[in-house]
Design a binder for this molecule. Structure first.
Ligand SMILES: Cc1cc2nc3c(=O)[nH]c(=O)nc-3n(C[C@H](O)[C@H](O)[C@H](O)COP(=O)(O)O)c2cc1C
Length: 257
C-alpha cells in the first residue's frame, strides 16, 4: 500500500470518513460514576481501564493522546501533545516516542521530571500522572520503530524536531533529500512512493522511547452539578537500572474538586 508522507500541502490518497462520527457523549448515567469510598490501591490499573474504555468507545481520534509537560533550566514549564504507546500499570509507567534532540528531550536531560495529562471529554474523565522520565531500552525503541510504516520512519529521519527551518518548502525538500539518502524513491508530484521497493529503514539514534515512571496519579470523574469525584495517590520510586525503578505501594486521598 502506497502512503503519502503527510505534508500539509501534499495530496492524500483518499478522503477518509470522519473518525468522530461515532463519538460517545457522556450520559447522565455516567455522571453518577464515582470512585469507591475505600479508594482503590491500584490507581494505575484504573487509568489503564479508562484508556482502554476510551479506545474501545472511539471517543476521539487519538484516545491515547496526552499532554506532557517539561520544565526548562530557567524554570519555564512547557507542554505539548504526544501519543501514549504503552501504558504499563504494573510496575507503573507509560511510554511515548519522540526525537531525543527536541526541546522536551533536552529539558529532561537536565530535569527528568514530567507531568502527563489525559482527558476524555466525552467520558467526563481526566487522569494526571507525574513522575520521572528515563529513556526506553534501545531494543524496545528498535522494535517499535520497526513496527511503524515507512512514512512514519521517514518522518523520524526527515524532521529535526524543534529546530527552525526557513520555509515549508525547505522542509519538504529536506525530507525528500533524506528519503533519497535512505534509498526511498518518491514520486516528484505526489510524494508517494514511486515503487513498491521499500528498503529496511534503521531507527535513528536520536529518536526513541521515553518511560514516565509515575510517582503521583490523580483520577477525576465528572459529577452532576459540578460535584466531581477526585482522588490522588502517591508513592516513592527508587532507581534500580537505566530503565527501571523499585516502587512502594500507592497511598491515596480524596480531594475536593
Ligand atoms: C495528536 C498529536 C499527537 C502527537 N504525537 C506526538 C508524538 O507521539 N511524539 C512527538 O514527538 N510529537 C508528537 N506530536 C507533536 C508534539 O505535540 C510536539 O509538537 C513535538 O513533539 C515537539 O515538541 P517540543 O518542541 O516541545 O519538544 C503530536 C501532536 C499532536 C497534536
Amino acid at each position: 500500500m502506497i502512503a503519502p508522507i503527510g505534508s500539509a500541502n501534499l495530496p492524500t490518497a483518499q478522503a477518509e470518513p470522519s473518525p468522530l462520527q461515532d463519538i460517545t457523549i457522556v450520559s447522565d448515567a455516567k455522571l453518577t460514576d464515582r470512585l469507591p469510598d475505600d479508594l482503590p490501591s491500584d490507581p494505575m490499573h484504573w487509568a489503564d481501564a479508562w484508556l482502554k474504555e476510551a479506545t474501545a468507545a472511539k471517543v476521539q481520534r487519538n484516545p491515547n493522546s496526552m499532554t506532557i509537560a517539561s520544565v526548562a533550566a530557567d524554570s519555564q514549564p512547557s507542554s505539548r501533545v504526544v501519543l501514549c504507546k504503552d501504558f504499563v500499570p504494573d510496575p507503573g509507567y507509560l511510554v511515548f516516542y519522540t526525537n531525543y534532540r527536541s526541546q522536551k528531550s533536552l529539558e529532561w536531560t537536565v530535569n527528568p521530571r514530567a507531568a502527563a495529562l489525559m482527558h476524555w471529554d466525552s467520558l467526563g474523565r481526566q487522569v494526571r500522572i507525574e513522575g520521572t522520565i528515563v529513556r526506553s531500552p534501545e531494543e524496545e525503541s528498535d522494535a517499535y520503530f520497526a513496527s511503524r510504516d515507512w512514512g512514519s520512519q521517514l518522518g523520524a529521519w526527515g524532521s529535526d524536531q524543534s529546530e527552525t527551518i526557513a520555509s515549508h518548502d525547505a522542509l519538504v525538500s529536506q525530507i525528500r533529500q533524506r528519503a533519497a539518502n535512505l534509498g526511498l524513491t518518491l514520486d516528484p508530484d505526489t510524494q508517494t512512493l514511486a515503487d513498491d521497493n521499500i528498503p529496511l529503514i534503521a531507527r535513528p539514534a536520536h529518536w526513541g522511547g521515553f518511560r514516565l515512571w509515575a510517582t503521583a496519579i490523580e483520577l477525576w470523574i465528572e459529577g452532576k452539578n459540578r460535584v466531581h469525584d477526585r482522588a490522588r495517590w502517591q508513592r516513592d520510586i527508587v532507581r534500580t537500572s537505566a530503565h527501571t525503578f523499585s516502587v512502594t505501594p500507592w497511598t491515596g486521598v480524596r480531594l475536593q474538586p
